[in-house]
Design a protein around this ligand. Structure first.
Ligand code: UDP
Ligand code: MG
Length: 311
């Protein structure tokens, strides 16, 4: 659908159980969007919230006419919700933003300034993550380090989903057919001329985070397996190293037998080697399984999300 007068800015706001923060969010983001004196839309994607998020959104629509509400049929996760938003938005520039006000809305002004000076992507880089827990900071740091070492695309560290993208970039992102969408990787993969603005990450305004340790671990695995085949290739080298060690050890035993004759003890070394190789093989199979699982899910060609209705 193309509009006669498309919005200049589309905000993409995925919401999962965010009834408490939507009011704060709208009242802080609207004055900033109004200041550009250009048409805009705020797209909320209700990602199967179990609280009153949808009712709060529907109520807000009376006061804020620029709102669009995309209601998903169930909880599909933030990545899918964001994908839904990117698919339906019509703005010339598109900004995904969390509704919990951890992404400061004032930054939108800097985004637009950089966009107008010729950048297609403007990312927001956190210079201070004191609002995040220690474990989250540490795991994030190591995740980015590892990911960037073994993937073809580099995800800049301390850059989240909060960013500006031009229509050109969104058009390319929409062409990517995968339904398991690791958006940080996808954003980095499409490239384009990128500017960076720095900010301090705020604590959550209200409500609670939906990303606990286990979810983050799985998210990290998704990220790495989506954009790298290095974990598969490791096993080639692992096999070569073990074969080489086996050859050396075998030669030593042969020489020893020739010189000293056969000595039968060796239960300890035997069992150690069998268990070691067994463990290594299981790890290799596990990693293969991880990728086969992804191929399986991808080959079903299911959509990343289902829209119940747009309000
Ligand atoms: N979110 C979502 N679906 C989910 C989980 C989260 O749409 O299944 C949204 C959530 O409403 C918020 C954003 O994703 O706007 C970031 O979530 P959260 O603040 O819980 O994560 P954190 O900032 O702690 O990483
Ligand atoms: Mg948050």
């Amino acid at each position: 659908m193309s509009l006669v007068n498309p919005p200049f800015i589309s905000l993409i706001c995925p919401c999962y159980n965010e009834q408490e923060v939507i009011g704060y969010f709208l009242s802080s983001v609207t004055p900033i969007l109004e200041s550009f004196k250009k048409p805009y839309e705020i797209i909320f994607i209700n990602d199967g919230s179990r609280d009153k998020t949808l009712d709060v959104l529907l109520d807000s629509k009376a006061r804020y006419p620029h709102i669009r509400i995309i209601n998903l049929s169930r909880n599909f996760g933030k990545e899918a919700a964001m994908t839904a938003g990117l698919d339906v938005c019509q703005g010339e520039v598109v900004i995904p933003i969390d509704v919990d006000l951890q992404d400061p809305p004032e930054l939108i002004k800097d985004f637009i300034r950089e966009y107008e000076s010729g950048y297609d992507v403007v990312v927001a880089k956190r210079v201070d993550r004191t609002s995040d827990s220690f474990a989250k900071k540490l795991s994030a740091e190591y995740f980015y380090k590892l990911h960037n070492k073994i993937s073809q695309v580099t995800i800049p560290d301390n850059v989240g989903d909060y960013r500006l993208m031009s229509r050109k970039v969104i058009t390319e992102i929409q062409k990517l057919p995968e339904n398991q969408r690791f958006m940080k990787g996808i954003f980095a993969w499409v490239g384009f001329k990128t500017a960076v603005v720095e900010y301090v990450r705020q604590p959550r305004k209200a409500g609670t985070t939906s990303f606990n340790g286990w979810k983050l671990w799985n998210f990290a695995l998704d990220g790495i397996t989506s954009f790298s085949t290095v974990p598969l290739r490791i096993w080639l080298y692992m096999g070569m190293i073990i074969a080489f060690l086996a050859f050396v050890y075998g030669s030593v035993i042969i020489v020893k037998t020739l010189i000293y004759g056969i000595d039968s003890p060796g239960y300890a070394s035997l069992i150690t080697i069998i268990l070691f190789i067994g463990g290594i093989q299981l790890m290799g199979i596990g990693i293969l399984g991880e990728y086969i699982g992804r191929i399986y899910m991808e080959s079903k060609r299911r959509p990343a999300y289902i829209i119940e209705n747009e309000y």
